[in-house]
Design a protein around this ligand. Structure first.
Ligand SMILES: Cc1ncc(COP(=O)(O)O)c(C=O)c1O
Length: 419
């Protein structure tokens, strides 16, 4: 007799779009904290957090209570037309978290926040060009897809995309561009930009540079130390706006509310989504007060700024402030140490890296990585791939030290079995 999992997979194969990816056959039934149970009663430690979304873990009573309370009042009115308390106070809170001086536009998904950012930087500057990094992931709708360059498969068959997008290499010390030494990755990319500006890309025609502070889908790649502060100075000289896409890195994941705080950079625009409302769909674009040039109706959405998602975001921010962000720092550091001690030096492992609870194990090749993701699943640990060779770790920020050690122990056994 086929299992419940096999049965469901057979049914979905008949009715669902073939674009859905299934890295392994996991079918959830319920979750609590950092744990998920599947439909056949197996328990899994969750090191993927619904792709870095489930900030407060599963079934957090404070998040559920906030959402339930708001649902009893009203679920939807359309924030594009009518204001309401949960979202105005959420905007006030987000602006305060970024040190003041910003305005907020709400959407539902990451890609919507990026689309809004593309429209705003073009509208405000009236400049046609956009810069982004090779390896970047900013979403899959046609505007954001034009910035995305982490995997040619995401773009194949969809051209023509938005014209005027120029990609430059990401200054990763793990994969230094232009064949330079790791410690020269940052200056090499800055020199490349200066060269571009003087030879073929007039900087006064560039509206903005979209950046991920740590590349996510591209492979959990850290930037060269100090790079973003230097980049900001260079962009300022040319009136080019810096858009920090913190959709994956933001909402406390790396141990500070924004990853850019650790770079000492105040971006002109910031996008947030994923972890902002603990799994309820909500995204936010924050932009500096002086960029506020849209007249009413210039941009809008029916569902964006849902009050139930807003209530969940308030509860998420409360919990981040009360200790989850500190937990991401503390348990993230412990997990990085554990993984490094247990995995670094193994022939199949190239590097262990990350910040806060945004960590990765990079393997020597994609085949080894895929076997590790699959092996972890079979041993009761949920992870996901990122980039060509990395296994990413983005657990709920409620992860305890014991759970971190437990997960690291599973990965140690899985990697040992790879030889
Ligand atoms: C950095 C970054 N930007 C944008 C997106 C797109 O977000 P969404 O899938 O919610 O549209 C993602 C999703 O993985 C992301 O990681």
């Amino acid at each position: 007799m086929p299992s419940v999992v096999e049965e469901l997979r057979k049914r979905e194969a008949k009715v669902l779009s073939t674009s859905y990816v299934r890295p392994y056959p996991f079918v959830p039934r319920r979750g609590e904290g950092a744990w998920l149970e599947d439909v056949e009663g197996r328990r899994y430690l969750d090191f993927m957090g619904g792709i870095a979304v489930n900030t407060t873990g599963y079934a957090h009573p404070r998040v559920l209570a906030a959402a339930r309370e708001q649902m009893e009042r009203f679920v939807h009115v359309c924030f594009s037309d009518f204001t309401h308390e949960p979202l105005v106070s959420l905007a006030e809170r987000l602006v305060a978290k970024l040190g003041g001086g910003y305005r907020v536009y709400f959407g539902n998904s990451g890609t919507e926040a990026i689309e809004a950012a593309i429209k705003l930087v073009r509208y405000h500057t009236r400049r046609p060009y956009l810069l982004a990094f090779t390896g970047a992931f900013h979403g899959r709708t046609l505007g954001s897809l034009s910035l995305t360059a982490s995997n040619a498969r995401y773009r194949a068959g969809f051209a023509p995309l938005l014209p005027g997008v120029v990609h430059v290499p990401f200054p990763s010390p793990s994969h230094p561009p232009f064949g330079v030494a790791p410690e020269r990755a940052g200056e090499a990319v800055l020199a490349h930009l200066e060269h571009l500006f003087s030879t073929k890309l007039p900087p006064e025609e560039v509206a903005a540079f979209f950046v991920e502070p740590i590349q996510g889908e591209g492979g959990y790649l850290l930037p060269a130390p100090g790079f973003f502060a230097e980049l900001k100075k260079l962009l300022e000289r040319h009136g080019i706006l810096l858009v920090a896409d913190e959709i994956q890195t933001g909402a406390g994941r790396t141990g500070t509310f924004l990853a850019m705080e650790q770079e000492g950079v105040r971006p002109d625009l910031v996008t947030l989504a994923k972890g902002l409302a603990s799994g309820f769909p909500l995204s936010a674009l924050l932009f500096l007060e002086e960029l506020s040039s849209w007249p009413p109706g210039a941009h809008g959405t029916t569902f964006g700024g849902n009050p139930v998602a807003g209530a969940a975001a308030h509860a998420t921010l409360d919990l981040l402030e009360e200790g989850l962000m500190a937990n991401a720092r503390r348990v993230g550091a412990l997990l990085l140490e554990e993984l490094t001690a247990r995995l670094a030096g193994r022939p199949s492992v190239r590097e262990v890296r990350g910040r806060g609870l945004m960590l990765a194990v990079e393997f020597a090749d994609p085949g080894l990585r895929d076997r590790a993701v699959r092996g972890a699943f079979e041993a009761g640990l949920l992870t996901l791939p990122a980039g060509p060779n990395a296994l990413r770790i983005a657990p709920p920020l409620v992860l305890s030290e014991d759970e971190a050690r437990q997960g690291a122990g599973i990965l140690e056994e899985v990697v040992a079995a790879l030889g």
